[in-house]
Design a protein around this ligand. Structure first.
Ligand code: PEP
Ligand code: MN
Length: 373
């Protein structure tokens, strides 16, 4: 339920509503806005008797949220959530953000080559799994912590931000330390204790749709993250199980993008790689995703896909990825959006450069590392 305050309601009036919600045995979530302040009420199972709140001074109206998910819904928050990332990159605004890289981090050479290639083509975020959820225990399980460190090194060298998966509660802290976005994979979409932990993390979360999850289930999983206090959530459509796995690995639910945009204020990106499982289908489905309004795409790219330790069949060659970028730029423009540019390169300099470093207020005290534009 939402208590909407009158324009110009005083801080005391807002406080009185917050206290009354507490007295009624629920929790209050005040949401100050430019136009109006609203106070969300959470912790209720069914309909709340709102008459006590409606009568308080400064209250304009009471909105009952009809969906099973609350804070995630458009009823709760009408305007789009924009997830802000370091360096001014943002997911959920005008720009379409491209996250690309190999399925798994395999070696320093491989992740650096991947990072350079995807940056060269214009991706803004590097993907790569260090902790891999594999169907078989006998296949490559990821490099773990070493993989996270390699991703951080690739970020240092290329300026790309990093998204990588946390597979369990213990892994969240390590991913939070090394990455810019914590990925929760499809298999863990309903791992509620993992969601609660990620909801307490200080970094944004990329939540992938479960293998056979409905959109309502996806949004309820996102609600766990918001309920714990993490509002920086990006959803991801990555295909769901169909009956025809001979043709594509999953069924890419492109309509989920438009449906989620209607039901929720959270941004949604698409993963045409896991959705199709086939390299030659990735570009057309990336085009479809951007045309449908996806706020970004997550694409697997490998310098040598035939040698990949996981998901080689769906990984693009770097030149195919460059072609994908060219094509989606045109599509984004046609719907009045723009593909986000990678952040400026961050280079390690041997000595502070006169005239370049000197004007910086911190005068290179941050370790002789300057931003060169
Ligand atoms: C991945 O992104 O590498 C991955 C394992 O994806 P999903 O969880 O969607 O299968
Ligand atoms: Mn993969």
């Amino acid at each position: 339920m939402l208590v909407v305050m009158q324009h110009g309601a005083t801080a005391d009036q807002v406080q009185r509503v917050v206290e009354t919600i507490g007295d009624m045995g629920y929790q209050a979530r005040p949401m100050p806005g430019a136009q109006r302040t609203a106070i969300g009420l959470v912790g209720n199972d069914g309909l709340v008797d709102a008459s006590r709140l409606a009568a308080l001074p400064g209250v304009k109206e009471i909105i009952h949220v009809t969906q099973p998910y609350k804070q995630v819904s458009r009823e709760w928050k009408a305007e789009n959530t924009v997830v802000r990332l370091p360096g001014g990159l943002a997911v959920g605004g005008d720009q379409v953000v491209v996250m690309a890289g190999p399925c798994s981090v395999e070696s320093e050479e491989q992740i650096l080559a991947s990072a350079r290639a995807v940056r060269e083509a214009g991706a803004a975020i590097l993907r790569g799994g260090a902790f891999k959820p594999r169907s078989s225990p006998y296949t490559f399980q990821g490099l773990g912590l070493k993989g996270l460190k390699l991703l951080a090194k690739a970020r240092e060298e290329t300026g790309l931000l990093v998204v990588t998966e946390a597979m369990d509660i213990e892994g969240v802290a390590a991913v939070e330390e090394h990455a810019d976005i914590i990925q929760i994979g499809a298999r863990n979409m309903q791992n509620f204790s993992l969601l609660k932990r990620a909801g307490r993390a200080k970094k944004p979360v990329l939540l992938k749709r479960g293998l056979a999850a409905t959109i309502t289930e996806l949004l309820l999983s996102a609600e766990y993250l918001l309920a714990e206090g993490n509002h920086d959530v990006i959803l991801c459509e990555r295909g769901v199980r169909g009956f025809d796995s001979n043709t594509t690995r999953n069924v890419f639910d492109v309509s989920a993008i438009a449906v989620v945009h209607e039901l929720s204020h959270l941004p949604i990106i698409a993963d045409p790689s896991h959705a199709t499982g086939r390299r030659d289908k990735v570009i057309p489905m990336a085009r479809a995703a951007v045309a449908a309004g996806a706020d970004g795409i997550l694409v697997e790219v490998h310098p040598q896909p035939d040698r990949a330790l996981s998901d080689g069949a769906q990984s693009l060659y770097p030149e195919q990825f460059a072609e994908l970028m060219r094509e989606i730029r045109v599509i984004a423009e046609a719907i009045h959006r723009r593909v986000a540019e990678p952040l400026p390169l961050r280079r390690q300099l041997p000595e502070p450069l006169p005239g370049v470093c000197a004007p910086l207020p911190v005068s290179c005290a941050h370790g002789r590392s300057c931003l060169i534009f």
